[in-house]
Each structure stands twice: as structure tokens, then as C-alpha cells.
Design a protein around this ligand. Structure first.
Ligand SMILES: *Cc1c(COP(=O)(O)O)cnc(C)c1O
Length: 423
């Protein structure tokens, strides 16, 4: 399948039926699986044979989606998770123990930031944040021999910064360090991080991958391109796992993916449900088509807003004067997706007036599905912060986040225009 382009893989990769089987994956709504002989079961438990035995570890419907997204990313192995957050958590747990640290971009999704800054330190895992615009010297200074990986987002939510992959991957290569990226808002239809030195790709499939706001989910894809063998930074990959009769993960063809499933999926049960895997599988058939439309619509909307008298500033990397325009041209040449943020000239009250006047575009705590939606972080997701804290978090009181859907661009612009008149 690898030889095909991403739009072909969207509809053809993943599940391939045999004679007489259903054309699309069935929802395999079963917790457990039958085996006639004991040896067969024992081999499954020892990871000597492949197959399903309990849906907390693996399930055929989930596997169909894992294979599709892994093919889309050009990786070797996928793990369907209950949510994007659980995908991030399982990645951390597979790599880190108490006393280890992660070097992480501060321009990341709020939920991930909270996990890294507040929750993980309670378990003895430290996070050291850098700004995506920091020099490589500054980023290098954060790394020590207990650093297990560098983490960033391709397109950061909601800062809309675009990642300079080469800068980070050069640092990782120098230190023999793993590079993990959250590719949720770019999707493999627009950017494939493994081509730029990334080793692990994470998704919240809740967003564009499903695309219809129907199913929560996450995905971890192992690029199969990181050599753990003999790397002193990763003793847990090089020492025998006593819970699997002395298995050494670094010796396996899929070291990270196998350790993640065998240890962390087993111990947490944070696997995607078959129903959600099915819905996400259906949604992802049109991923490439939708991302094209999201990008074209957003370009028109951004162009319109950037010329509007009531707009103070706008962040969208396809705009020529955007800070990340050149980086976006290099890594996202076919479009930068539907997410943007802008500032309305005025106060938080003016933002509220604008948003309440919208007729087509709805206010939601969601992004990246087929329907256009807006959110005013200062009065919703970040409302507990003071004016000063908002500034520090890079969220001015007049910031509006807009997720441009796949409606007709003229209708989206007309709705924005009539609402801006009310400000
Ligand atoms: C939404 C989101 C997540 C978290 O995903 P959930 O599926 O909501 O758990 C992680 N990263 C990014 C970039 C997101 O937008």
C-alpha cells in the first residue's frame, strides 16, 4: 500500500476483505475471542503469535483503523486509544519513569499542557518547556541524560504556530533522542512528520480524522525509525521485561509499539472502543478531500479578515505576512488546514457581541470538524485567568479562535461580515 498517495490510502488502506467478507470493517462488538487449543492461547499471551484475545489489548475494528492511519502516516504500527489525551499519556508512560524528563514546546493543546505541567510532575516526570521560536542552543540546554523525548505539535492549537521540524530533528539526532509530534491539526493529508525526522506521531482522531464530531479517539503511530538497541538513554527498552518472560523490546522489529501495547495498553485499558473506531474509519475515508476544502476555505476567510477594518491582527500561516509562512510553505505546501485565530479591535465584550451575532457559525468547545465554529478562550476555556495571565499564555482578551468548516466559503464570509457589523 505504501506506494499509493494519501488520498488513495484514505479510501483503500486499513481493512482488506477476503472472499465473501464485508467490504468495510464490521463493528466487532466482543470483549473476548475463542480459541480451541491451549497452546495457541499461550503463544498469544507470550506475544509469540498474533491474534486477538481480549478487547482491552486489541480488537479487529480498532485494528482496521490502526492500519489505515499508520499507512497514511507512512509508519509501521498503530495503536488506537480512547482519546487524544490517552494517546499522549501512553506515549509518555512507554518512554518515561519517575526521575525522567520531557522537553516540550509550550505552544501545545491546553489539555496536553496541563498533563505535562501539572499532572506528570506528581508522578515524578518533569517537563521542560521551550518556545517554538527559541534558538536550538536554548533548546539543547534543556536536555540531560534523563531526557526521554522532545514533543511538539505540527500546527499548534490554539497558537497556530507551525513547527520547524529540521531544527528539532537535528537536536534529537545529536543526542540520540526520540522525537514525538502531535499531528492532529495538520493530518497526514497535509503533512507526514516521519518524512522530517519524527519517530512517533500522535493524533486526537476526535478532530479532522473523524471530521464529523461523532467519535472521541486517539492514535499513536510508530515510525519504526528509531534504534533503541544499545542506546543508554533507554534502559527500559534494553533490559528484559519480566512480565513477558524476559522479552527485550529493543530486539523487536516494532520496539516502541509493542512495548506500548504489551505494557501500557494492558495496564491502563485506554483502548479505543470498536464503535468509535468504526465511525472514525468511515469519517477518515474523506480526510484528504476535506482537508483540501478546509484549507481553501480558510485561505479565503483569512484573506477577507486580514483586510477588515475591525480586525486588529490575524494568525494563519498561509497568509504571506504570517510569522510562520515560510515554515508552512516548506512543510505544509498543499494547505495549512482550517484553524486560525484573530483579534477583534475592542474588548472581550465586543468579542461576545460578535460571536452572539453569528448565525451560521456556532460557538463550541470543539475544532476541526466539517462545521465552522468559534470559541472565545478568554471567556470560556481560559476564563479563570487574569488579564495578565492571559497575556502570558499568549491569549489576548480579544482573541477569537475560528475553525473553518467545509460549507461554501461565501456563506462563511457573509456570516462573519454581518456579525462584524454589530461590533
Ligand atoms: C483535542 C486535541 C487533543 C486531545 O484530544 P482528545 O481526543 O480531546 O482527548 C490533543 N492534541 C490536540 C492538538 C488537540 O487538538
Amino acid at each position: 500500500m505504501e506506494e499509493f498517495k494519501t488520498d488513495t490510502l484514505c479510501v483503500q488502506a486499513g481493512y482488506r476483505p477476503k472472499n465473501g467478507e464485508s467490504r468495510i470493517p464490521q463493528i466487532c462488538q466482543s470483549t473476548t475471542f475463542f480459541y480451541g487449543d491451549t497452546q495457541n492461547m499461550a503463544d498469544l499471551f507470550d506475544l509469540k503469535a498474533e491474534g486477538f484475545f481480549y478487547s482491552r489489548l486489541a480488537n479487529p475494528t480498532v485494528e482496521a483503523l490502526e492500519k489505515k492511519i499508520s499507512a497514511l502516516e507512512g509508519g509501521v504500527y498503530g495503536l488506537g486509544c480512547a482519546s487524544g489525551m490517552s494517546a499522549v499519556l501512553l506515549t509518555v508512560m512507554t518512554l518515561c519513569e519517575a526521575g525522567d524528563n520531557v522537553v516540550c514546546a509550550s505552544e501545545i493543546y491546553g489539555g496536553t499542557y496541563n498533563l505535562f505541567a501539572v499532572t506528570l510532575p506528581k508522578f515524578g516526570i518533569e517537563c521542560r518547556f521551550f518556545d517554538v521560536d527559541d534558538s536550538d542552543k536554548k533548546i539543547r540546554s534543556l536536555i540531560d541524560d534523563r531526557t526521554k523525548f522532545i514533543f511538539a505539535e505540527t500546527v499548534a492549537n490554539p497558537a497556530i504556530a507551525v513547527l520547524d521540524f529540521d531544527k528539532i530533528s537535528a537536536i534529537c539526532k545529536q543526542f540520540g533522542l526520540l522525537f514525538a509530534v502531535d499531528n492532529t491539526l495538520a493530518t497526514p493529508a497535509l503533512c507526514r512528520p516521519f518524512e522530517f525526522g519524527v519517530n512517533i506521531v500522535i493524533h486526537s482522531t476526535t478532530k479532522y480524522m473523524d471530521g464529523h464530531a461523532a467519535a472521541l479517539g486517539g492514535m499513536i503511530v510508530d515510525g519504526g525509525n528509531f534504534n533503541f538497541k544499545g542506546n543508554k538513554r533507554y534502559p527500559s527498552f534494553n533490559m528484559p521485561d519480566e512480565s513477558y518472560h524476559g522479552l527485550v523490546y529493543a530486539d523487536l522489529p516494532v520496539a516502541f509499539g509493542t512495548k506500548c501495547r504489551a505494557q501500557m495498553m494492558r495496564d491502563t485499558g485506554a483502548i479505543m472502543s470498536p464503535q468509535n473506531a468504526f465511525l472514525t474509519y468511515l469519517g477518515s475515508d474523506t480526510l484528504a478531500l476535506r482537508m483540501e476544502r478546509h484549507s481553501r476555505n480558510a485561505e479565503k476567510v483569512a484573506q477577507y479578515l486580514s483586510n477588515h477594518a475591525k480586525i486588529e491582527w490575524i494568525k494563519y500561516s498561509a497568509l504571506e505576512n504570517d510569522k510562520y509562512h515560510n515554515i508552512a510553505k516548506k512543510y505544509l505546501p498543499n494547505g495549512t488546514g482550517g484553524m486560525m485565530s484573530f483579534g477583534i479591535k475592542g474588548t472581550a465584550k465586543d468579542c461576545a457581541r460578535f460571536m452572539e451575532a453569528l448565525k451560521l457559525i456556532t460557538q463550541e468547545t470543539h475544532v476541526a470538524d466539517v462545521r465552522s465554529c468559534v470559541l472565545h478562550p478568554a471567556s470560556t476555556t481560559h476564563r479563570q485567568l487574569s488579564e495578565k495571565q492571559l497575556q502570558e499564555a499568549g491569549i489576548p482578551a480579544n482573541l477569537v479562535r475560528l475553525s473553518v468548516g467545509i460549507e461554501n466559503a461565501e456563506d462563511i464570509i457573509a456570516d462573519l461580515a454581518q456579525a462584524l457589523e454589530k461590533v
